[in-house]
Design a protein around this ligand. Structure first.
Ligand code: JB2
Length: 215
């Protein structure tokens, strides 16, 4: 069976789980991964190819597809557009153990980890991480480069802005908006809107950092 060739960008913890998800779905041929560190060796049986300077050569050799497997939202955004600019095409990495409604809509470059549930009419935009055992209920909108961390639960009609991080096992009640590049701490209960560029923690969630310039 012919399978399209994919290069993984990044060789850390997130790459380990993304590679596992892609291998378990068995849809693509993983040719290897690039990273910033020259100490990387093979990862889950796929070879270390070097840094990103190898990418134009890979494209010439017929590797058309990529997946950016880095957790930091700003870095992932930058790399996503760099790879598209070079001429590569993003794939999605969907675990066969996730449940995605046929009425949900997915963009490009998305990973959906095992045990995640994406319900009807949710929209997941480009380069988003839907992490292990998280729940995205009906009509949620997750903007590009956001990360819904393991075990986070989003009720219906929640909007998550670009690059926002919704922490592990946090809960968000219906119709809440979380602003772009904001952070929701682990275990928080979000019961009111979160502005952009802030960090909230606790039950109920309260602001502790008023402006996140860089993360
Ligand atoms: O410009 C780059 C670049 N910058 C960093 N190009 C390429 N190709 N790779 C880059 N990297 C690579 O990202 C580093 O060389 C390293 O291999 C990887 C970052 O690895 P780290 O383990 O520090 O983080 P991560 O992004 O894989 O995982 C984080 O986020 C996940 C969501 C961790 O916090 C995990 O625990 C978490 N689950």
């Amino acid at each position: 069976m012919h399978r399209n060739k994919v290069v993984i960008i990044g060789g850390g913890g997130h790459a380990k789980v993304v590679i596992d998800v892609i291998q378990s779905a068995d849809t693509y041929e993983l040719v290897g991964f690039t990273s910033h560190s020259d100490q990387e060796s093979n990862l889950s049986g796929i070879p270390y190819l070097g840094d990103d300077s190898i990418l134009p050569t890979l494209l010439e050799e017929g590797v058309q597809y990529f997946f950016v497997a880095t957790g930091n939202n700003r870095l992932r955004k930058k790399l996503f557009y760099q790879l598209i600019e070079l001429g590569f095409t993003p794939i999605n990495a969907i675990s066969p153990f996730a449940r995605i409604s046929p009425f949900a809509k997915l963009g490009r470059g998305i990973v959906v980890m095992p045990g995640a549930v994406i319900n009807a009419y949710a929209v997941i935009e480009d380069n988003v991480i839907i992490n292990t055992l998280s729940g995205i209920d009906h009509d949620c909108l997750i903007k590009p480069h956001a990360h819904i961390a393991p075990g986070a639960s989003l009720a219906g009609c929640v909007n998550v802005g670009e690059g926002a991080f919704v922490g592990m096992k946090s809960s968000v009640i219906p119709e809440i908006s979380i602003g772009e590049w904001s952070v929701v701490g682990a275990g928080a209960a979000v019961i009111s809107d979160v502005p952009s560029y802030v960090t909230v923690v606790g039950v109920p969630a309260k602001k502790i950092i008023v402006r996140n310039e860089e993360r």
